[in-house]
Write a protein that binds this ligand. Sequence first.
Ligand code: NAP
Length: 258
Amino acid sequence: MDLGIKGKTAIVCAASKGLGRGCAEALAQAGVDLVINARSIGPLEQAAVELARHGVSVTPVAADITTNEGRAAVLAANPAPDILVNNAGGPPPGMWSDWEREDFIKALDANMLAPIAMMKATLPAMMERGWGRVVNITSQSVKSPIAVLGLSNSARAGLTGYVAGTARQVAGAGVTINNLLPGIHATDRAISLDQGVMAAQGITMEQAQAQRAATIPAGRYGTPDEFGAMCAFLCSKHAGFIVGQNILLDGGAVNATL
Ligand code: NAP
């Protein structure tokens, strides 16, 4: 399928690895010129070289997207992208009784306020042009809370509420905003959560992964490629009528009718 976005430009935040990288890969395959971001320069530059093999221009910006300075650096590379994919690292696991104000502020900065700031900065130009796509990478925790990820449950719920209201205010200008909710995907983040299970239960990595995979009806972790393909579709010319949705990519893990 021709996604109809060849020649458009995108910012993909937190994109040197994992799900952000999967999104960047699929957009590059569709012919989209990219600004990609992550904090560590080495893997980011490596990703830029690999993505450029699709024949698109790729500008890496090493910066922390959760800071004002980081976002300014990313936006300086492309102040008016056609497409914005918001992403950042997830908060650490713990117990509901562990977290103090500072922990919540960090989670809010990364998983709610950074994507909101990026949308505020880029939506006006999209609306003026009459076309734009925003995809926020959130989590299945928005639909079904994950006990050890209370910081994620909380911060991402805030972003979800903002998107629900905002998406309907910009849709008339040809701009869509949607959220992609990953369940467990095979990325570094999943490995670090597997390690948490391993340590907590005194089991091997294989046992921890088998235990977590058994919670997924599909019987396996998702892949960044599968995730990226959905992201690119939401950014395509075909997805202009999909507005303010929360789309689960979880192999059926959230046991719900709707
Ligand atoms: P990942 O494999 O650990 O990759 C994270 C990427 O984001 C890396 O490129 C990392 O590079 C970059 N990054 C992290 N913090 C950043 C920051 N402050 N500023 C800029 N770049 C940053 O993680 P992932 O699995 O792709 O997860 C992506 C998001 O989806 C996270 O919020 C995660 O919580 C959420 N999620 C993931 C899963 C899953 O199973 N994988 C499930 C549900 C939700 P640097 O470290 O160099 O910055």
